[in-house]
Design a protein around this ligand. Structure first.
Ligand SMILES: [Zn+2]
Length: 553
């Protein structure tokens, strides 16, 4: 490996209290080091901004739902082909790019680590196969556990408490799949949808036929993840996504996990006032209430799930949400993943600035960013591709950093909606470069428990992005000058210089192998796959990998 000295750039490394200090960053053997010899390659970064590589804590890039979305909208990709070159394979782009294109485009954007946020455990082989084919970036995936019939049975037995059986079962599932963390999506509600197209509406509804409630699922699985000490806490997509008045459910969910570490996904979709059942026209913003709770509860973090005006693809394990979107006049809809431990719906969608609900959603996302006090707690995401493509991150960054640009955009959105947000209250906040570094790399890496990522201290992974310091922040963040991955220059001047596999990041917690005596009979009753064939053992699917060990609390 080449040693590299990045010389004279302004280093924005908030995890190490560096706020634009001009200093050299040295890389060797894939790590940040104190110094390198005179033979090292020298990158002249004078006048440029140096940050750790971007870390996306919540996106959808691999697995059966992503592939179903590709199949659903060939027209979205037909006009965006990537030709094969000496460095890269061919592929297609659009809102849901092919695997190789996903890796290339994240890398060209300066991202070096991405988390696939919702993987059905039974489809882990598919997720792993696609992640293996996603080059340039390190990647991890979260295992869906909020609507798992075997876990429901263990939760029913424990009465919703954390039990030794549950700890062993959750750790077994991570080991069996190669997953990194645990995701709950509409706990209990997806199972209800699959049973009778119903849903749960509060934390205390019965999950039909299973003798558990969403609250018990949250407390049992969230508590188990916390007790196991997994590097990333439970990752929650709360009940009632998109429903008017759902901020009450979101706050109930946060209180149910009270004192436990937890990360809340796409908080924008869960911060609505209004009355359930009264239609989307009565929806309003409860972002300030949700932020007030966060301010008193540092154990809770979130990503925003910002909506960007333009095309999107609703792609969610929360199948009932996609059925609602279908009824709002969607051209296409797939209900997918019904015979795995979750559900899934996909609806191609478009967010329109003139639409009251869409403009309100856009405004609520911006409120979460601009009214939140602690950027370490509220991270950047569009829930790609749900609120918009990851390629829209640079524009979102400009909305946060450039007040004049933001006010122009606010003026183009539905004003009845905007008046119901704080965006006309003279919000003059402009994110600094260090705050952008926090919400796009330092905070996600810290929350994921990736100690070697998201910063540039000695021993960190040599994942570095170097930007021209341009006044137009959208252009700046869309076209990094250099992207260095694992100590090698991957991108220069918007061109890929090399292609390589990234690592699969998995986590591991110890478990008693005797748990198979508990699980095997439950599998026998519910699965068509034999218990012994369920775990993914093929090394080709699971390597190259880095395992992050749990540290039990
Ligand atoms: Zn998501």
């Amino acid at each position: 490996m080449t040693a590299i000295r990045i010389s004279g750039g302004a280093v924005h490394d908030p995890a190490n209290d560096l706020d634009g200090e001009v200093r050299d960053v040295c890389l060797n053997d894939g790590k940040v080091v104190a110094d390198v010899g005179p033979d090292a390659r020298r990158i002249d970064a004078r006048g440029m901004v140096v940050m750790a590589g971007g870390v996306d804590i919540h996106a959808h890039i691999a697995g059966p739902k992503v592939n179903a979305a590709r199949k659903l909208s060939p027209e979205d990709r037909r006009g965006d082909p990537l030709d094969r070159t000496e460095v890269r394979r061919s592929g297609t782009g659009g809102l849901v790019p092919s695997t190789f294109a996903t890796g290339y485009r994240y890398s060209l954007l300066g991202y070096t680590t991405v988390v696939e946020a919702a993987a059905p455990p039974l489809a882990a082989r598919h997720v792993l196969a696609e992640l293996r084919d996603t080059p340039m970036i390190d990647k991890a995936f979260l295992i869906l556990m909020g609507n798992n019939q075997v876990l429901f049975e263990l939760i029913r037995r424990s009465g919703g408490a954390v039990s030794a059986e549950l700890c062993d079962a959750v750790a077994w599932w991570l080991d069996a799949t190669g997953g990194y963390g645990v995701k709950l999506v509409n706990p209990g509600g997806v199972e209800r949808y699959k049973q009778d197209n119903g849903n749960v509406h509060s934390l205390d509804d019965d999950v039909a036929g299973w003798g558990v409630t969403p609250r018990q699922v949250l407390e049992a699985i969230g508590g188990t993840v916390d007790d196991l000490g997994l590097p990333h806490p439970v990752h929650v997509h709360a009940n009632n996504l998109g429903v008017p008045g759902n901020a009450d459910t979101t706050l109930d969910t946060m209180r149910a996990l009270s004192g436990r570490q937890a990360h809340f996904a796409h908080l924008q979709f869960h911060a609505y006032g209004g009355r359930p059942g009264r239609g989307a026209g009565g929806i309003n913003s409860r972002a300030p209430d949700v932020l007030e709770y966060l301010a008193d509860h540092p154990e809770i973090t979130a990503d925003v799930g910002q909506v960007m005006f333009g095309p999107a693809v609703a792609m969610t394990a929360d199948a009932s949400v996609s059925a609602v979107l279908r009824d709002l006049g969607a051209d296409k809809w797939i209900n997918h993943d019904t015979e795995v431990e979750t559900g899934c719906g996909i609806v191609p969608y478009r967010y329109r600035a003139g639409n009251y609900v869409h403009a309100l959603q856009w405004g609520i996302g911006l409120e979460l960013f601009l009214l939140g006090r602690d950027p370490w707690q509220v991270m950047l995401s569009t829930d790609h591709p749900n609120g918009g493509s990851f390629l829209s991150y640079p524009k979102l960054i400009r909305l946060l950093m450039d007040r004049a640009f933001r006010e122009d955009q606010v003026g183009r959105a539905n004003q009845r909606a905007i008046r119901r947000t704080a965006l006309l209250d003279g919000l003059d906040r402009e994110y600094t470069l260090n705050e952008i570094a926090i919400i796009t790399r330092a905070a996600p890496a810290r929350r994921l428990g990736l100690r070697d990522k998201g910063h540039l201290g000695i021993g960190a992974d040599a994942d570095v992005t170097i930007y021209h310091d341009r006044a137009d922040r959208e252009e700046m963040f869309a076209t990094p000058r250099y992207v260095i991955k694992g100590g090698e220059v991957a991108v220069e001047e918007g061109e890929l210089r090399r292609s390589e596999d990234g690592l699969l990041l998995s986590s591991r917690a110890g478990f008693d192998p005797e748990v198979s005596r508990v699980l095997e009979p439950l599998f026998g009753e519910r699965y068509t796959v034999a218990f012994e064939h369920y775990p993914v053992r093929d090394p080709a699917l699971r390597e190259p990998a880095r395992i992050v060990e749990a540290v039990a609390r």
